[in-house]
Design a protein around this ligand. Structure first.
Ligand code: G3H
Length: 304
């Protein structure tokens, strides 16, 4: 039986500006079949320079932008400081996703909140095709986070700028209910981002064996495929990106990619697994990911 194509942008309930920009990202870059692989590079802020120690060349933002170009990525996600200083040199050659908030990992995560330090207007000025916002679902600071996101959502709507939400479960309540990468937490985070107006949501691949401490439907067992299927379903019309996480074995990453695409995800946002290796190896790894994504043209794309 022919597989159902992934969601695609036509059914995503987008206004004209958002649709134009997402069309540029998903159909005029990368494989041009509605799927996407983004290269995130906000680690210098979120984790500090330690992520660059094993391969010092990657501490240079210009190297990462060239890698995104050479690898045929659909976009690069960076913070305002790097966008201001480096993106101009490569303007428009690879779409810019401007991260609007971010924090260091120096204070504890107990009351995680990622403050805004850039605006949707900055994104327009810099020629970005989307903005990124990290939402800490379940954090004690969630209320402030929701208010902050509301402002971003309203601006994104006004400027026709696609809103990508990094939906990260955090806080003691999440840890008590199975942990930040449990199926319960990831599934709830995907749904929350969708309910709050995300056009795309970035989630971690759920650990199906870590279900939840919640005494309800989450107690039964899921296979990895069933878990990611449910997460994509919870996001409904919001397009889903699956994130990479810490460097892992290639085969595990490829399997996670297959399962995500099979579930109806739009694509991937892989950082360390791409750039924490030698240049040629990075390019070869991306080509293997693209080979998988080429089999999943999204609704509305030729061949879907
Ligand atoms: O935005 C940054 C990403 O969440 C980190 O990407 P990564 O986990 O694939 O290195």
């Amino acid at each position: 039986m022919k597989r159902q194509p992934g969601k695609g942008i036509n059914g995503a309930g987008l206004g004209p500006g958002k649709k134009t920009r997402l069309n540029r990202i998903l159909h005029q870059h990368g494989l041009r079949n509605g799927t996407a692989i983004f290269l995130p590079y906000d680690h210098g802020l979120e984790h500090g320079p330690r992520d660059f120690f094993d391969n010092p060349v990657v501490s240079d933002p210009a190297y990462i932008i060239r890698l995104a170009l050479e690898g045929g990525f659909n976009g690069i996600a960076i913070q305002i400081g790097l966008a201001e200083k480096f993106y101009w040199d490569y303007a428009g050659e690879v779409p810019l996703i401007l991260k609007l908030n971010g924090k260091t990992d120096i204070p504890s995560d107990a009351e995680a909140l990622s403050p805004l330090h850039a605006s949707v207007a900055d994104a327009v000025r810099l020629g970005a095709d989307a903005v990124g916002y990290t939402l800490y679902v379940g954090s004690p600071a969630q209320e402030t986070d929701f208010r902050q996101l509301r402002q971003v959502r309203e601006d994104a709507q006004r400027f026709g700028m696609p809103l990508i939400v990094w939906a990260y479960p955090r806080g003691a309540a999440i840890e008590a209910k199975g942990g930040r990468d449990s199926f319960y937490a990831v599934d709830y985070a995907a749904r929350t981002a969708s309910e709050l107006g995300a056009d795309m949501v970035k989630v971690n691949f759920p650990h199906p064996e870590k279900v939840s401490g919640v005494k309800d439907a989450y107690q039964h067992e899921f296979s990895p495929q069933q878990a990611i299927n449910a997460v994509v379903r919870s996001a409904n019309r919001t397009l889903v990106l699956v994130s990479g996480g810490e460097k892992a074995g290639d085969e595990a990453m490829l399997e996670k990619t297959r399962q995500s695409m099979e579930a109806g995800a739009t694509g991937l946002i892989f950082g360390r697994n791409v750039w924490q290796r030698e240049h040629d190896e990075s390019i070869r790894f991306v080509a293997r990911l693209q080979e998988i994504l080429s089999k999943y043209p999204q609704a509305g794309a030729p061949g879907a």
